[in-house]
Write a protein that binds this ligand. Sequence first.
Ligand code: ATP
Length: 151
Amino acid sequence: VDLQIVSLTDLVEESIRSFKAGYKREVNVFVEQKMKVKTDPQKLKQLLYILLDNARKYSEDLIKVNIMTIKNRAVIEVVDRGIGIPVKEQSKVFDRFFRVDKVRTGKNGGFGLGLPLAKELADAIDAKICLSSVEGEGTTVQIWFKKGPSH
Ligand code: ATP
């Protein structure tokens, strides 16, 4: 783990720039407050990329990324308005090789390894991942940093 003090806004914007270079998808960033956190930037970028990639695969319109503080913690969230995940499957999506529905999601050819890796990356940078989803409406995945933002 290579800890550095990084600006979340800059890191998120950089990740989205490289994501947009690969995929023609619209991504909106909303910054409630500019903030810095102590983290491993490479790992955080990789983690964000997994979440953006899932949002891309399982939705068709605008992807939103919000940077904010909740209960004095720095939080990044990736929000899509896509197919969502049924409640009974939500606890399994962090298991290796789990995919909600091979028919429904088959054309994207995933292996069910993205979210388990995202979880490992989050553990490595001492952050928590929190997924909430409504089937047919969309999915929100939050990354909660342990420490509050430094300015
Ligand atoms: P890959 O290994 O290429 O990342 P994957 O997307 O199938 O493939 P995960 O990222 O681990 O693997 O996700 C597991 C499953 O959770 C997916 O197959 C999909 O069914 C569901 N899922 C993940 N993110 C979303 C999302 N944003 N919207 C809807 N379903 C999702």
